[in-house]
Design a protein around this ligand. Structure first.
Ligand code: ADP
Length: 453
């Protein structure tokens, strides 16, 4: 048995990254073989980007379907036979199978199965946040079979890896992938990567939980509630965090490879460590920003160059743009565009506008162009997101900023309401207009911060 809890992944803390252009994202179709090679090979980062972006794009109601789809993709990609995800049931506090997929003629773990019934020891191990990977059943300790195995024998795969799903420090579930037809081995690298997949699933499930909780509160909403903001923020934040985690892992793996070589190149190693530190700082800041957002109703304002804020958003959406064949441009004058603001909140507001613009240009048959322009207008800094979509219906312009107003079949209608409330909290305005030629422009205006000379 290989208990990988103490292996390097656990000592590597999560980070944010600079997303490289996604090779995967530019393809419209993907073979199962490529998912397998992405998970096992060099191109893991684009895989994480696509996995994480797919959960951002999807409506909360479809997160379950998306998890099913990815479990299937991973099982087929790694030439396995089945996969299942269990979550801790809120009432019983036990791990219960909620998603399950298997190849035809392979016994599938039933939805609703309590893991503790066939495998109490295994259940305890997962609840303590540890990973279990075995290549042969003979590697399992006797405690694993501490139960009525006659009844449950058929569940046991020949080789399996199950990783915990955590939200923060708390274990909320587990996801496992098994080989039933023949045995296989699991490299520590693959196990670490599957652990990261588990975290991405966890982020998506947490987003769904937050939004569902909010739905219950919806009738009480006279204004944009913080819970609603949280659900929406969660989607973009987890996306911003998943990429760095993958980048850190790639850098760490590269360092490992370099150290294994006969003459390690110290310059390269130093550069890779530098990247890791940068990613770590950025992730920490993102998390800090989120914390402060929920602790205080006031935005934590610091002097910010709006240009940097937009550059950050561009990084986050680059793979989405490729994936959706959108040409995305950014123009800003060289000067510093200083505003007093909360970086994470402003990023979130702009991100919402950009994602809406992507939706708008993806609807029609016309060109798919989105541009972001920053400028100065008297004592205000402006940021305009312009798209070449079908434009807003003039009759609806007054409504689009209302919470829960949406014209999209799977829309939530919170994006603009939140963006506007963020901009208002910064002493600015957010407005929308139809362009003369085609599409719409959403414009943010924020008071310029005078630089002290
Ligand atoms: P959602 O995107 O979930 O619908 P939003 O609050 O972000 O929620 O947007 C509300 C509505 O505003 C959208 O459903 C759409 O009708 C309209 N809208 C937003 N952005 C654009 C845009 N760039 N072009 C045209 N319509 C838009």
């Amino acid at each position: 048995m290989k208990d990988l809890a103490g292996e390097p992944f656990n000592s590597v803390r999560p980070h944010i990254s600079i997303a490289k252009p996604s090779r995967l994202a530019s393809k419209t179709t993907r073979t199962h073989r490529s998912v397998g090679s992405l998970l096992e090979g060099k191109d893991f980062e684009p895989f994480v980007e696509e996995l994480s972006a797919s959960f951002v794009r999807v409506h909360v109601a479809d997160i379950g379907g998306e998890i099913d789809r990815w479990i299937r993709e991973i099982v087929l990609g790694l030439n396995l036979d089945r996969g299942a995800l269990a979550q801790i049931d809120a009432k019983s506090g036990k791990l219960v199978v909620r998603h399950s997929w298997s190849r035809d003629h392979i016994f599938k773990l039933p939805i609703g199965l309590e893991l503790a019934r066939p495998a109490p020891w295994f259940n305890r191990l997962l609840m303590s946040g540890r990973t279990l990977a075995f290549s042969k059943v003979s590697e399992l300790p006797p405690e694993f079979f501490d139960n009525d195995w006659k009844t449950y024998r058929r569940y046991l795969p020949k080789s399996n890896v199950t990783v915990p799903i955590r939200i923060g420090a708390e274990v909320v579930g587990a996801v496992g992938f098994g080989a039933v037809r023949k045995e296989r081995t699991w490299s520590p690298r693959l196990v670490r990567r599957l652990e990261l997949v588990g975290q991405i699933f966890g982020n998506a499930l947490e987003r769904r939980r937050a939004v569902e909780e909010n739905t219950l509160l919806r009738h009480e909403l006279g204004h944009v509630s913080r819970t609603a903001v949280m659900g929406e923020l969660m989607a973009s934040l987890t996306h911003q965090l998943n990429q760095p985690i993958a980048a850190i892992m790639m850098n760490a793996e590269e360092i490992q490879n370099m150290l294994d070589s006969a003459q390690p190149d110290l310059g390269h190693i130093r550069a890779a460590v530098g990247d890791i530190i940068q990613d770590d700082l950025r992730a920490t800041e993102t998390i800090k920003g989120l914390r402060s957002f929920f602790r205080k109703s006031e935005a934590a304002k610091t002097p910010l160059n709006l240009r940097d804020v937009v550059v950050e958003v561009m990084r986050t959406v680059r793979s989405d743009a490729l994936f959706r064949h959108v040409s995305l441009t950014f123009e800003a004058p060289g000067a510093r565009m200083l505003v007093a603001g909360d970086r994470i909140q402003l990023q979130h507001a702009i991100l919402n506008l950009v994602l809406n613009a992507f939706d708008a240009v993806s609807e029609g048959e016309g060109p798919r162009e989105v541009s972001i322009n920053i400028g100065v207008d008297k004592d205000q800094i402006t940021a305009a997101v312009r798209d070449s979509g079908n434009g807003i219906d003039p009759a609806m312009i007054a409504q689009i900023f209302e919470p829960f107003f949406t014209t999209k079949p799977k829309g939530m209608g919170m994006g603009l309401a939140i963006a506007r409330s963020i901009i208002k909290a910064h002493g600015g305005q957010l407005s929308a207009r139809r362009n003369r030629d085609r599409g719409s422009t959403f414009e943010i205006r924020l008071p310029a911060l005078q630089e002290k000379i």
